[in-house]
Design a protein. Structure first.
Length: 213
């Protein structure tokens, strides 16, 4: 855990989408504000938009082949067999469109492809983090999103929850108020440094010719 800052997100059934979009917002807010140190702050992302994008991607890529040889269609059909309320792929996608529907491996695969980012999910055992098997490694990805999941710490599926694990090597997560204060201080320091580098222009003296008698 020492390598990451765990950032909480709201637990309303869309925690996965909150975590992913929140991670992206953290990336957007990274700034050098104190010497070479980088800082960022958490800002809520657009979870509902990402959910819609995921459902659209799944519908369009239902026969997308996974690294294990199976397809998205196969994974959804497996999910249907353990949920008595769902009878078809259409039912599954309709259910996933709802704000309170929990996301899992199927949605992680879709998200990775939409964002062109690998996604890794960890849980805590004692004081160390371990990969829980949820995630998707994408070749040529432009980065990795790190998430935390409380699987193994609770037996009740309704209490399962995703959160953000933001690498301290990328930036230190601080509050918005502290971030704003550091930003203001940084701007003043930059202005002061620029004013010191400015060299005043020398005044040109024009020699006047004397009048002829």
């Amino acid at each position: 855990m020492n390598k990451y800052t765990k950032v909480n997100v709201v637990g309303d059934g869309s925690c996965y989408f909150h975590a992913v979009t929140g991670y992206i917002e953290l990336d957007k807010n990274v700034k050098k504000l104190k010497g070479d140190k980088k800082y960022t702050y958490f800002r809520k992302g657009n979870a509902s938009r990402l959910r819609k994008q995921v459902v659209v991607w799944l519908r369009k890529n239902i026969d997308y082949k996974l690294t294990n040889g199976l397809t998205i269609r196969d994974d959804i059909n497996d999910a249907i067999t353990v949920d008595s309320k769902l009878d078809s792929i259409s039912d599954y996608l309709q259910h996933m469109s709802k704000p309170g529907a929990y996301a899992g491996q199927i949605e992680i695969t879709a998200t990775a492809n939409i964002l062109n980012r690998s996604i890794r999910t960890f849980t805590r055992r004692g004081s160390t983090l371990h990969n829980v098997g949820l995630g998707y490694e994408l070749k040529g990805a432009k980065g990795t999103i790190h998430l935390y999941h409380n699987i193994g710490t609770t037996k009740h599926a309704g209490l399962h929850h995703f959160e953000i694990l933001y690498p301290k090597s990328k930036a230190l997560v601080i509050s918005k108020s502290v971030y704003d204060k550091l930003t203001l201080k940084h701007k003043k320091t930059v202005r002061k440094a620029v004013s010191k580098r400015r060299v005043p222009k020398k005044k040109r003296t024009v020699k006047r010719r004397g009048r002829r008698p």
